[in-house]
Design a protein around this ligand. Sequence first.
Ligand SMILES: [Zn+2]
Length: 149
Amino acid sequence: MRCPACGHDDSKVVDSRDSADAIRRRRECLQCGERFTTFERLEERPLWILKKHGEKEPFLREKVASGIQLACRKRPYGPEELEAVVDRVVRRLEDRKEPVISSSAVGETVMDVLREFDEVAYVRFASVYGAFASVDQFLATIGPLRERS
Ligand SMILES: [Zn+2]
């Protein structure tokens, strides 16, 4: 999404609303701070999620957002900070330039971003998501965090 004021092509989403056939997004240019609105039609949504049993569904930002909100419950962050975390996840998924992404890759991306953002939220998300393939992997992940605290 190019900024109409300066042409910079990186913006963050400050508000997002679904209507029947389009998503209305309020964006803010990361270079000049200009705010502008985009309408993205549902059928042009670039990302599809491939689920475990082979079904595809459109990628929904709201799902990632609710997972992150859950993981960050009672952590000291406001809605804007959490939106920025969601943005980071979405941007990394878009940067893969793949039209179809597996649901486990989405989970891993959320974990990577949360790990950098907040360790408590990261551990919560990882355990809720059931993404640990084995107990060993779980302990290897949790162990080093415990020693530090
Ligand atoms: Zn701009």
